[in-house]
Design a protein around this ligand. Structure first.
Ligand code: ASP
Length: 583
């Protein structure tokens, strides 16, 4: 670290002193008592500051008073000490510690603050339940692993700024108190005191503002920005999270993807992850067919194949009915021994995911199938299916006959379950998305991305068939980022609202400011946003984003440290003109 200005607390960082400093002037360091050992009349303390650890030694003869005081020091007390830096005896050198060749012979000791016994040990990485870690986050953050996660996050943010600043982007802030921006979640809202009965929404993303910045002629914008989405939380979600958000004018897909490719290469390199550019691009349809999802983890292989062709004339009712009804028969090849009970388990999972059932067959010598359905299939059908799947003796074939959606969902999920944890990294683009997806519950189309995404192709066709100019980045089965080329024309934007069933007056009321802006010369533009928390978690090799967020919330949206969310007092509610309905 950059050497500090010498003051009454420190002349050097504890973790930065080295054997080369021995023989120089006395050193002063400060920080927390990491660990204390009393040993043959000497007291040893590992002192910790942000830079690392330094061993202090308190000698009974050389500094009797200070030695006596050292006996009273306890873990996490805050101290400042001074004295000569000395070489450790040969047998005490610790090669695992950057400062392991030296120790500080303490002559002066100032105790700056007392510490109660912490609820868990800061000097060990031992398992502590997460609720306790969150309740005492300031202690958890003192621990080595969390500090290095925060440092990694800083490095990633810094590299991001450097890269984008160097590519002509401006860092611009957009409002937090604003109107709803639809990204598919509920809004967090804030009541207005000055305009009673009116509410701000916290941004689900800066989407509309960044588009307005493009209309404003600022051409290249980015922001590392907090976004808020009120969703039922899952392990990898937080109600507030950080995005790297960017937008560019006069661009096509290749421009946005090129900038992002370069950024990813630079930022992932910090974690030692090297990627080859340009990143591969996989079409949405292909991802859905081969992996059953639009954010596949391709590392395990085990691709899904359409085996309908093998059964085109099959008399096996399950396959024949599915194909006759416009559905599909798809399968995958699993290796290794799948016991009968495991196959029953997989069948139950398939049903829970909406399949009518799961067809399975274990291939035996001579092309025979050990399977409850073997007798319904001709040898030619079995051979053709095995051929498409590349299945050999000893393999198990799993197949689903259903609608394409169900087959994709079920096989995509069983595939991951059978594959288990994977090593290495697989990162690529998914492109050529459909514009909309059918929302069964609401009986309407929903945007697959958001309604400001540009459609492509023939807009006179049925909107359900439209494709979009969207592009997502997937890493190891996580959607790391998503974006698109946008609509920059009022008429097209209105057609998309129509397709979504948003009436013109409602569109005007909610997004009139954007539609109005499009009247005044909106350039073609496009961009993308990345989940920074996820990016850093993946860089750190973690599957839990809470460990890269200094003050995260629990899965029920609670901040265990501050106790948020909390009720307001009656006076505040009155001022806001808000009354609370008791459920
Ligand atoms: N606003 C989008 C999101 O938050 C990203 C984008 O389209 O740029 O997912």
């Amino acid at each position: 670290m950059t050497p500090p200005r010498a003051n009454r607390y420190r002349s050097a960082w504890a973790g930065d002193v080295r054997a080369g400093d021995v023989g120089g002037p006395d050193v002063r360091v400060c920080g927390w008592v990491h660990r204390r050992r009393d040993h043959g009349g000497l007291v040893f303390i590992d002192l910790r500051d942000r830079s690392g650890l330094l061993q202090l030694v308190f000698h009974p003869e050389e500094a009797p008073e200070v030695h006596a005081a050292a006996h009273g020091l306890r873990a996490e007390d805050v101290i400042s000490v001074g004295g000569p830096l000395v070489r450790r005896d040969e047998q005490n050198v610790n090669p695992d510690m950057p400062t392991g060749e030296v120790e500080l012979g303490v002559r002066v000791l100032d105790k700056l603050a007392d510490a109660d016994t912490p609820p868990f040990q800061v000097d060990e990485e031992g398992a502590v339940d997460e609720a306790t870690r969150l309740r005492y986050r300031y202690l958890d953050l003192r621990r080595d692993r969390m500090r290095s996660n925060i440092e990694l996050r800083h490095a990633a943010v810094q590299a991001t700024r450097d890269y984008l600043n160097g590519s002509g982007f401006l860092e611009i802030e957009t409002p937090m108190l604003t109107r709803s921006t639809p990204e598919g979640a509920r809004d967090f809202v804030v009541p207005s005191r000055l305009q009673r009965g009116s509410w701000y929404a916290l941004p689900q993303s800066p989407q509309l503002f960044k588009q307005l910045l493009m209309v404003a002629g600022l051409e290249r914008y980015y922001q590392i920005v907090r976004c808020f989405r009120d969703e039922d939380l899952r392990a990898d979600r937080q109600p507030e999270f950080t995005q790297l958000d960017l937008e560019m004018s006069f661009v096509e897909e290749d421009d946005v993807m090129g900038v992002v490719d370069g950024w990813l290469q630079q930022v992932l390199a910090i974690a030692g992850i090297t990627i080859d550019l340009p990143l591969e691009r996989v079409a949405y349809d292909e991802a859905m067919l081969r992996y059953g999802t639009d954010r596949p983890d391709r590392r395990p292989g085990m691709e899904i194949h359409d085996i309908g062709e093998a059964f085109a004339k099959s008399e096996f009712k399950v396959f024949a009915d599915a194909l006759a009804g416009g559905g599909v028969v798809r399968g995958l090849r699993a290796t290794g021994d799948l016991s009968r009970s495991r196959l029953d388990e997989l069948t139950e999972q398939a049903k829970a995911l909406g399949a009518k059932g799961l067809v399975w067959a274990t291939l035996e010598a001579g092309g025979e199938w050990r399977s409850p359905v073997a007798k319904f299939l001709t040898p030619e059908e079995r051979a053709a299916a095995a051929e498409i799947l590349g299945a050999r003796e000893g393999d198990t074939v799993l197949a689903v006959a259903d609608t394409a959606d169900v087959a994709a969902r079920v096989l995509g999920s069983l595939r991951l379950e059978l594959a288990g944890p994977q090593e290495g990294h697989d990162i690529f683009w998914v492109v050529d998305f459909p514009m909309f997806e059918w929302n069964e519950t609401e009986g309407r189309l929903d945007p697959l991305h958001h309604p400001f995404t540009s459609p492509k192709g023939d807009l006179d066709a049925d909107p359900a068939q439209w494709r979009s100019r969207a592009h997502d980045v997937v890493l190891n089965g996580w959607e790391l980022g998503g974006g698109s080329i946008r609509i920059n024309r009022r008429d097209v934007q209105q057609r998309v609202f129509e397709a979504l069933g948003i009436p013109a007056d409602e569109a005007q009321a909610r997004f009139g400011f954007l539609l109005d802006a499009f009247r005044y010369g909106a350039p073609p533009h496009g961009g993308i946003a990345f989940g920074m928390d996820r990016t850093v978690a993946l860089m750190a090799g973690l599957d839990n984003i809470r460990d890269v967020i200094p003050f995260p919330k629990t899965s029920s949206g609670a901040d265990l440290l501050t106790g948020a969310p909390a009720p307001l007092d009656a006076q505040q509610l009155r001022e806001l003109g808000v009354s609370v309905a008791r459920a």
